[in-house]
Design a protein around this ligand. Structure first.
Ligand SMILES: [Zn+2]
Ligand SMILES: [Zn+2]
Length: 339
């Protein structure tokens, strides 16, 4: 039997082990992907710790997958060997439950699959994916470019395009890290009057380079007051994981505006008065499903949006994972499978 390399977690908080496994065969309704690149996302830490609900170890993490279909299972239409595809966090849906039938496939009630959590993901030479998890890759994007767009990309792109903002609206992106550096690019390319908010003067050139028209140093200035001075934000895209930092910007939401939450913080304090007086909203956003990822890739290819990445070969996965955890990576960490 031909073998492949895979990186698995076999015990809670255990190491990322590089092991040899048999190359799996695709079952009905699935394809086998020869993985070329896979991003390392902070959410992978929930799998590594064993804390993710329902995760069974050993598990191969990885939900920012880019590669090429090399075999298809029974009953698979449309997708064929040789096609380039990406796979993200949403690992598919049933199409039959009430949530799916109402068009909310992201909330599928009967076959909630999470790539690299409920089935093996992309830290490997090959993986098996349900067809409902596949996004077609357009020309003009390399595998390394595709990988981070499958989670950080779709999360920010799909949130912004569903935020209610229209071209010309004031849109602020809170945080300029892995999510935020993509959020600013998408916001600018969507034609929003884009504001980057982060800590420290030194991030101003980065915000401008990414396409922001304005930058607010939240250590020097009150971001809420600054946004109100500019007329109030139609949308604030909150990518940070700190409730106090979120609170400091939330007051910058304008009348009928929305504070869109895509970063997980333990809690967030909101004043009901400021919500109802300005008809303001605080809303969470689920990243998206495979067609949203496909749209993200197409838009990125069209508009020139690219993640900034630090790239490591699969053999250096432990080092790459630590780099992601350190929070110092500029800005996403991506594994490549070539030997
Ligand atoms: Zn992720
Ligand atoms: Zn369903």
């Amino acid at each position: 039997m031909p073998k492949m390399r895979a990186v698995q977690v076999s015990s809670p908080d255990g190491p990322l082990e590089i092991v040899e496994r048999e190359i799996p065969a695709p079952g009905p309704g699935t394809v086998r992907i020869k993985v070329a690149a896979c991003g390392i996302c902070h959410s992978d830490s929930y799998i590594k710790s064993g804390h993710f609900p329902g995760v069974q170890l050993p598990r191969v993490p990885g939900h920012e997958v880019a590669g090429t279909i090399d075999a298809v299972g029974a009953g698979v239409n449309r997708w064929t060997p040789g096609q380039r595809v990406g796979v993200g966090w949403n690992g598919g849906y049933c199409g039959y439950c009430n949530a799916c039938r109402r068009g909310n496939v992201f909330a599928c009630q009967t076959s909630t699959q999470i790539t690299g959590a409920t089935f093996d993901g992309g830290y490997a030479d090959y993986m098996i994916a349900p067809v409902t998890a596949l996004a077609a890759v357009p020309e003009g994007l390399s595998d390394v470019e595709v990988a981070p767009l499958m989670c950080a990309g779709v999360t920010t792109f799909n949130c912004l395009r569903n935020s209610g903002a229209v071209p010309g609206d004031l849109v602020a992106v809170l945080g300029l890290g892995g999510l935020g550096h993509l959020g600013v690019q998408f916001a600018a390319k969507m034609g929003f009057n884009t504001v980057g908010i982060a800590r420290g003067k030194d991030k101003a050139p980065l915000a401008k380079k990414l396409g922001a028209g304005h930058y607010i140093d939240s250590q020097e200035l009150d971001p809420a007051a600054e946004l109100q001075r500019m007329g109030g934000a139609k949308v604030i895209l909150s990518t940070v994981t700190n409730g106090d930092a979120m609170r400091a910007a939330l007051g910058g939401v304008g009348v009928n505006g929305t504070f869109m939450v895509i970063g997980v913080a333990p809690s967030l304090e909101v004043s009901p008065g400021e919500l109802l007086n300005g008809r303001r909203s605080v809303k969470g956003w689920y990243s998206g499903v495979s067609i949203d990822s496909e749209d993200t890739l197409a838009f990125s290819a069209l508009a020139g949006v690219r993640s900034m990445n630090e790239v490591f070969p699969l053999e250096r996965v432990a080092e790459a994972y630590e780099r992601m955890l350190s929070g110092k990576a500029k800005f996403r960490v991506v594994l490549t499978m070539e030997q």
